[in-house]
Design a protein around this ligand. Sequence first.
Ligand SMILES: [Mg+2]
Length: 281
Amino acid sequence: MMLNEDPELLKNVDTFILDMDGTFYIGNNLLPGAIEFVEIVRESGKDFIFLTNNSSANSEQYADKIRRMGISGEIKVFTSGEATAIYIRRKMKVERLFVLGTPCLKDLFKSYGFEVVNPGRFGECVADPDAIILGFDKTLTYESINAFCRFVMMGKPYVATHPDPNCPDEDFPIPDAGAMIEFVRTATGRGPDVIIGKPNPFILDSMIEKFHLTRERMAFIGDRLMTDMKLANNSGIISILLLSGETKMEDIGKTDVKVDYIFENLLELVDVLRKFEEVKE
Ligand SMILES: [Mg+2]
């Protein structure tokens, strides 16, 4: 099912940016067409890069996960965690960070040259951070979120990696960074100064720079209107919505988000990409 009658737009795309959860896989299972998508994109000399708002793991861990599901070869992944490190390095004059996040998110900030400081066991400020970061912290404890709230109330510059309230999983969605932002807001009356992940166009701008991409030849494939499709709109690139995840057909008219193409899943998109290749031959 194609919404946009003009396939030319799609034909000119040379790099597909893909969401992961609900687009390429759910939990530990590939969605229909994932393998065929990788094949046709590689065969036709195009490229694909995964973009996830999930800052609980790093790009190598995601690439490993995708390999374990049966995709071989080069797998490029960009996360909201990495975009946040780039943002802070570029736009803020800070060195010491308190990171509410998993050990690998803390390591990522260290790899960008930041000093990651931890509060004492009861949240006392043993080392004063210049700024505080809220990520998808699957190691969250009462002590750590208490410490975070104290820094929020002290007025520290506050950056969140992404806004998603929950994250798809095998059976039920699990609470994500957006839920933690609201917990902190309820306790302190203050929200983040900036949220970096989708739909903030900064995340795509930093990808374009890192991977040397051409905006006019990019398309974003995702399953969520308010993050994936909105990012494509905000960044001025082609938007491809898949109904294999969160969004239902009847949700589409309910927002002002513009969608260029709609497919049931990656397999339906693969059929269209295959036709382009057949015409060439
Ligand atoms: Mg998704």
